[in-house]
Design a binder for this molecule. Structure first.
Ligand code: HEM
Length: 464
């Protein structure tokens, strides 16, 4: 492409063979214009010449593991707080009418990152929070065209080109995050060095070198912290919210799968008001649903990496700095590997006993040492949100005779085209006079409106 040598890798077998040398593909595809901007700072842009990316990755992964681990209850409590807020928000927005759930999911996914980074969540109407989400959206939109500019650098001379737009959005995000860190230091004890969130732990580590900053590892400074935070938001918000947006689309289109998911959730948590992270391993069907959604949609269709030295592969000499495009779409939808790849079949990720069955051809979070750093956290967040929303609501399509499409909008990611769902509050009970009452009220002769009785053409005007 242009004057860049490119290899497209279509099969997991070849990808695995290439990854046998664990150090060969630790580099992102070379893009001088991006490298000049990031200067190796942050996570996704960190690169080999700086040498510190491995230490930084270890440091960051340890913090994420600590914060989202089973021993760290306050993280889960805050995620549940956000999910409770989302439920309220959906109840208000749905109000018996079909609506588009995407914006609420984006706000929630951004709050998950705020909870991780500064231990706080924001009201969905908060102007600052909304601006951050908008900037993320704009950045990802402009990234769509960045690859073309990297291949044909003459495009960079066009005023207002996608790369200069992207840098301007990232600059704004940097300033906003910087302001938040300043505020954060002002309100947290010990100037923000807490053990409760990512920023606190990062600052604690920085503080160890305050007497002699020259001894600090190269990644331990506030400038790099802001780039790391930027990466959490850029890599973690739209991926999580789009996965959930796909999930609700597939579930609304497939009521029997949704019923099965609900039955599983109730079998584990029927006696409680919510699903907890400790239920994660007890609900393989919910995990299979998430995996099948990631597979069938191939949301991140291509990942670009590069070889850090010349090497020979199957008789071909490959020069250092070649772009390797790992075609995840093909790996996840190849008919020689997957039975009926276009069909949505969560059971393909379960064994005969109903336990989760890993499939080695399934790599939605990437490969090797530069795989997704947020994988385990993303899986937990998606699980918690999905299971709790399905426990509370039933999602159905707006018009059964005209199902919303599963054809994606394709850019950097494959995301659903906008759609609307009807949402039924499962806790609504139908009284004999046809009015709805919230559950928990001791109303005589109340008929629970359960799945079997529900019909999409029953019009309820519930004012719970
Ligand atoms: C469903 C959700 C997600 C999906 C499908 C996803 C997928 C991916 C993929 C395919 C990559 C490239 C991996 C490679 O090159 O092999 C990646 C990288 C990355 N992801 Fe995720 N991701 C998700 C959520 C998250 C979240 C929630 C975070 C942060 C909290 C995150 C942080 C990152 C970072 C920092 C990288 C760059 C890692 C590096 O270059 O060392 N991701 N992700």
């Amino acid at each position: 492409m242009g004057d860049i040598p490119v290899v497209v890798v279509n099969s997991t077998k070849t990808a695995k063979e290439l990854m046998e040398d664990p150090n060969l593909f630790n580099e992102r595809a070379p893009a001088p214009v991006l490298n000049d901007y990031f200067k190796g700072r942050g996570l996704a842009g960190a690169h080999h010449p700086n040498g510190f990316w491995k230490d930084q990755r270890k440091f960051v992964s340890n913090i994420i593991r600590t914060l989202s681990g089973s021993g760290y209850k306050s993280f889960e409590v805050k995620l549940q707080e956000e999910i409770n807020y989302l439920k309220k928000n959906i109840r208000q927005k749905a109000d018996g009418r079909p609506f588009d759930i995407l914006q609420s999911l984006q706000m929630t996914a951004a709050n998950f990152i705020w909870v991780l980074t500064i231990g706080e969540r924001f009201h969905h109407n908060d102007g600052f929070h909304q601006n951050v989400v908008k900037l993320l959206y704009d950045s990802l939109q402009s990234m769509k065209y960045v690859t073309a500019s990297l291949i044909f650098p003459s495009m960079l001379r066009i005023p207002g080109n996608s790369v200069s737009k992207l840098f301007s959005y990232l600059d704004q995000l940097y300033v906003m995050l910087g302001q938040k860190i300043k505020d954060y230091r002002g309100i947290k004890p010990s100037g923000g060095q807490t053990s409760e969130d990512f920023v606190g732990l990062f600052m604690k580590e920085m503080d160890k070198y305050k007497d002699d900053p020259s001894k600090a590892p190269a990644y331990l400074n506030e400038d790099n912290l802001l780039f790391v935070l930027q990466d959490f938001f850029l890599a973690g918000v739209d991926t999580t919210s789009s996965t959930l947006y796909w999930l609700f689309l597939y579930l609304a289109r497939n009521p029997s799968i949704q019923r099965k998911a609900f039955a599983h959730i109730q079998s584990v948590s029927g006696h409680r008001n919510s699903v907890a992270l400790e239920d994660y391993g007890k609900l393989p069907f919910i995990n299979a649903l998430v995996m099948e959604t990631l597979r069938v949609t191939a949301m991140v269709p291509i990942v670009a990496r590069s070889n850090i030295h010349d090497f020979e592969f199957r008789g071909h000499k490959i020069p250092q700095g070649t772009w390797f495009l790992f075609n995840f779409y093909n790996m996840a939808n190849d008919a020689s590997t997957w039975h009926e790849p276009a069909s949505f079949i969560p059971e393909r990720f379960l064994d005969t006993e109903g336990n989760l069955a890993w499939n080695e051809n399934f790599k939605p979070f990437g490969f090797g040492r530069r795989n997704c750093l947020g994988e385990s956290m993303a899986k937990k967040e998606i699980f918690l949100l999905l299971a709790n929303l399905l426990k509370e609501f039933e999602f159905s399509v707006e018009d059964e005779s005209n199902l919303p499409t599963v054809e994606p909008n394709t850019g950097l990611m494959r995301v659903p085209q906008a759609y609307r769902v009807r949402v039924r509050d499962r806790s609504a009970k139908l009284t004999t006079n046809g009015h709805c009452k919230p559950s928990g009220l001791n109303v005589q002769s109340t008929l629970p409106l359960d799945i079997e009785l529900w019909s999409s053409d029953v019009k309820l005007t519930c004012k719970n």
